[in-house]
Ligand binder design. Sequence first.
Ligand code: HXC
Ligand code: NAP
Length: 302
Amino acid sequence: MGLPEPPPLGTTPLAAGTFDGSVVIVTGGGTGLGKAIATEFSRLGAAIGILSRDTAHLDAGLHAVRAEGAAAHAVACDIRKPEQIAAAVDEVETVLGPVDILVNNAAGNFPVPAEDMSPNAWRAVTDIVLNGTFYCSREVARRAIERGTPASIINIGASYAWTGGPGHAHSAAAKAGVKNLTESLAVEWGPYGIRVNGLVPGLFPHVDEVAAIRAVPGRGDNEDRRSPAHRVGQPRELGWAAVFLASPFARYVTGHTMVVDGANWQRRAMLQPEFVPIREQLGRLPFTRNGEAIAGTEATRS
Ligand code: HXC
Ligand code: NAP
């Protein structure tokens, strides 16, 4: 049977107008789960700022939240660049007003065996996921502290922050850093009325998934049967959790990381299935330092 399906898209879990007058920034809010989260905030009255790099993504995010009647503004910004973040938040605040809520959702990720990962590949992912989350949080928090207004920050994580993430060592390490940062910042900024929480999606397939994630062997196959819930998550379910965490009903909740994954990450078999090394799971040839082709076979990536 599995866990019941959620109420239909468009249902709101909080009272209409809960976020009237609030300004929410969602990084990476033009695709996938960020867009779903931004949409749920817009249904409840928030004005939405969207920050990411690609103008087509920004346009898609604006289209989605404006369809719900939200005031919205999008700014092209690479969250690895603190000066671009400061300029983008300036622009959002000029157009929409002071930022009350920040959702650190933007991420970069691709599967790669650790021994094949270049230093730049490691840097690209950890810079986006961990450093970008800190830079955006710092920018929004400093403004709230100066104004003396409360704020809420939600950091989107991943459950391999607790378990390790073979095949995603860069992203898993960065998400572990994000979870830990959530806990430090919640304590440091609690006295200013700034709450900092984490929100972890489980398996939430969506149409915007990048090719590298789609290419994870098995992704998309029989996904409902891969979880104790017997189904995948619906993006709106993550949006509902986000609006709760940012809402007045969660004013005493801070430093917490909520997992929305149908208990998939806690599962253990009584006997684990036969172990398959990551190279084999990803269909890689044996490691060579320069990734050169082995005669008659396809080259691996260095
Ligand atoms: C190995 C790779 C690679 C791949 C890039 N690199 N893709 N290495 N396998 N598939 C290496 C490059 O060769 C380069 O190293 C370095 O990474 C930086 O690559 P660039 O393309 O120059 O970086 P940039 O343009 O900044 O793009 C960042 C990116 C890209 C992270 C590489 O994928 C991106 O923009 N992603 C955003 C969207 C995204 O990833 N979404 C997924 C979130 S989903 P060298 O040494 O060659 O210079 C998610 C789900 C979690 O997190 C759960 C999953 C199971
Ligand atoms: P996605 O659609 O690929 O979204 C990633 C977003 O991040 C994109 O909108 C991208 O926009 C933005 N981004 C990437 N690098 C950026 C940068 N340097 N500066 C600014 N923006 C940047 O992925 P998703 O599945 O919705 O993931 C959303 C969040 O959920 C991520 O934190 C991810 O780790 C987490 N998550 C997802 C799943 C899942 O099953 N989908 C599971 C676990 C965790 P631009 O390209 O326009 O910059």
